[in-house]
Design a protein around this ligand. Structure first.
Ligand SMILES: CC(C)(COP(=O)(O)OP(=O)(O)OC[C@H]1O[C@@H](n2cnc3c(N)ncnc32)[C@H](O)[C@@H]1OP(=O)(O)O)[C@@H](O)C(=O)NCCC(=O)NCCS
Length: 199
């Protein structure tokens, strides 16, 4: 954590704390960098991410944290660390790319492989979507997954996103071209889902 220790990292503090039933989404802090490196360096996680290199070093995690800090300071993104509400244990990462002029944003997430299939990503995504439409007053949110990422597809569907298209062979990952499925959710669709009790 050499390069981060002396940094102010003011931008990271701009994320509001979000609570859900079992989780706490809090601003990323310097102490998370070790967890981020360990989790993202796990092939089970990194193989499903779009651009993250492997191996994923501490230096890469530090650079990512610094870039997020800068983006949050400029209002172009917002990232949270997902923790257990009772235990405060590190569970994963949730983020938004913010396109404020378009009132649009993109959701990004990963969960530590040890914590998969407990419903954490769905719970954290839904809480973030509430924040997107009710606090940020966005018009639209979008999200993508690689065609073979069944877990992410399931999360996206459980959040009520609408499938908008298949961007064929648009991602080159580890030398192989992959299809990327694209989904969107409009604010009025979110409100209809809320009225039906999904949110
Ligand atoms: C995608 C990811 C974030 C999901 O996190 P999670 O906390 O396990 O998600 P949830 O528990 O909320 O939901 C996962 C769902 O996928 C389903 N699932 C998991 N593996 C699956 C598979 N191989 N085939 C079909 N469904 C699968 C689970 O059964 C669950 O659905 P259910 O609740 O209906 O049973 C996690 O797998 C991850 O971090 N993957 C690597 C990084 C990544 O893919 N990030 C997203 C990039 S788009």
């Amino acid at each position: 954590m050499s390069t981060l220790v002396d940094s102010w990292l003011q931008g990271l503090k701009t994320a509001p704390i979000l609570y859900s039933q079992r989780l706490l989404l809090r601003p990323v802090c310097v102490g998370d960098v070790t967890h981020i490196q360990k989790c993202v360096n796990d092939r089970r996680v990194s193989d499903n991410l779009s651009y993250t290199p492997h191996p994923y070093t501490m230096e890469m995690a530090e650079i990512w944290t610094r870039n997020v800090d800068k983006g949050m300071g400029q209002g172009t993104c917002c990232y949270w660390t997902i923790c257990g509400k009772k235990t405060n244990n590190f569970i994963g990462s949730m983020g938004l790319s913010l396109y404020r002029e378009q009132e649009n944003c993109e959701l990004h997430y990963w969960i530590s492989a040890e914590e998969w299939n407990k419903g954490y990503c769905t719970e954290a995504s839904k809480r973030t979507i509430v924040h997107v439409f009710e606090d940020l007053n966005m018009h639209r949110a979008h999200v993508t997954h690689r065609e073979n990422n069944a877990a992410s597809k399931s999360v996206i569907e459980k959040c009520g996103f609408v499938l908008e298209g298949n961007s064929r062979e648009s991602l080159k990952r580890f030398g192989k071209f992959e299809n990327v499925l694209m989904y969107g959710l409009l604010q009025n669709e979110y409100l209809a889902l809320k009225a039906k009790g999904l949110y």
